[in-house]
Design a binder for this molecule. Structure first.
Ligand code: AQP
Length: 332
């Protein structure tokens, strides 16, 4: 049985990018509680300037949205990262395995450092080390596959490197995982700036479709999406026409077609945008409805998370204990 692990960070409201790039893949897996682990990775939200009350609220909301999106607590393990100490226990051993140079090469570190500096904020040490914590999130469960969007591919590569290095040096403790990406929409771009990723913590929400946006808000954002001059009709060309390519990717992800093929069905941008807006609204409708039901019963979400943490702990502890022993620490 293939074991999968993945997570979402409560740094903002979940977006269409998170859904198409990652969450939809999670829901589509043939889920079994011990082999499908999904996590609200709240410790990762502390790596940048944050408001404690907001992180708590967003953590609960993310868990509720994951259930609304279709994760079934009887067929997967859904939990909150900070509820399972094994993640931070293992992260330290992996910090003793990783090098400063390889962490400084991480693209997200470089981008987020630039953002923090531009805002006049200090760069937290945890921003540098968080990919190691992410490696611990994955390796603690012996996950084989990590379904993620394109932006996380580099972090999963690092996880593989650390697992291989640890195993070679101290003995075979970790499963070496691989990233799995969706065929389309592995990198959904911002509708207002199609050269950058649709990211939930970006300041300007005009180019971001949030999963809980009202239908008319979704329509407005899609209809105002930045495109190019439009000369030569609608063609799928990611490099030359990133805005249109992004809309075609989103449409393909929603309807199941191929972006190049779909492009042939349009001569102008207006009808394309209308179809994209309709497709996204319909895709998100059941999720929004289910979210409203679940949000009315927060006790149920808490029960799911408590049970999930218990299951996760039982799976992670033996792996982390083995790593402690292998690296040379005395058993307590
Ligand atoms: N735009 C995107 N397109 C496709 N997949 C995406 N993911 C994120 N943005 C896109 C995937 O969603 C999963 C959860 O992401 P995360 O919470 O770990 O955060 P992130 O990757 O750092 O992206 P965000 O949402 O943009 O957060 P901020 O703005 O805080 O950095 C991951 O599998 C990710 O690949």
């Amino acid at each position: 049985m293939t074991r999968i692990f993945s997570g979402v960070k409560p740094t903002g409201h979940l977006t269409l990018g998170n859904y198409l790039g990652a969450v939809r893949q999670w829901v589509a897996t043939d889920q079994k509680p011990d082999d499908a682990l999904f996590c609200v990775v709240d410790l990762h939200a502390l790596t940048v300037e944050h408001d404690p009350a907001r992180v708590r609220r967003l953590s609960r909301q993310a868990a509720t949205l994951l259930l609304a999106a279709g994760l079934d607590p009887d067929r997967c393990t859904l939990f909150v990262q900070s509820h399972v100490d094994e993640h931070t226990r293992l992260a330290y051993l992996l910090e003793c395995t990783a090098t400063d140079g390889e962490l400084r090469r991480m693209i997200q570190y470089r981008e987020k450092t630039a953002r923090a500096q531009a805002a006049g904020e200090g760069v937290r040490l945890s921003l540098l080390t968080y990919p190691v914590l992410m490696a611990a999130d994955i390796l603690a469960y012996g996950a084989d596959e990590v379904p993620v969007g394109e932006d996380q591919r580099q972090h999963v590569e690092l996880t593989r490197d650390l697992a291989v290095r640890f195993n070679q040096r101290y003995g075979p403790v970790f499963t070496v995982p691989k990233a799995t990406l969706p065929a389309v929409a592995a990198r959904v771009m911002d509708l207002q700036d199609p050269t950058s990723k649709m990211g939930k913590s970006h300041e300007n929400g005009a180019g971001i479709v949030y999963l809980l946006d009202e239908p008319e808000v979704v329509r407005r954002k899609v209809m105002r999406a930045v495109t190019d001059s439009g000369e030569g009709g609608v063609v799928y060309d990611r490099a030359a026409r990133p805005g249109v390519a992004n809309l075609l990717d989103i449409l393909a992800a929603c309807t199941g077609g191929e972006p190049e093929e779909l492009a042939r069905g349009y001569e102008q941008y207006g009808p394309l945008k209308r179809d994209v807006a309709d497709a996204v609204v319909e895709l998100l409708r059941p999720l929004r409805e289910r979210h409203a039901e679940l949000a009315a019963d927060p006790g149920e979400v808490e029960r799911v998370l408590r049970a999930g943490a218990g299951r996760a702990r039982a799976l992670a502890r033996p792996v982390v204990d083995r790593a402690y022993e292998a690296i040379g620490l005395l058993a307590p």
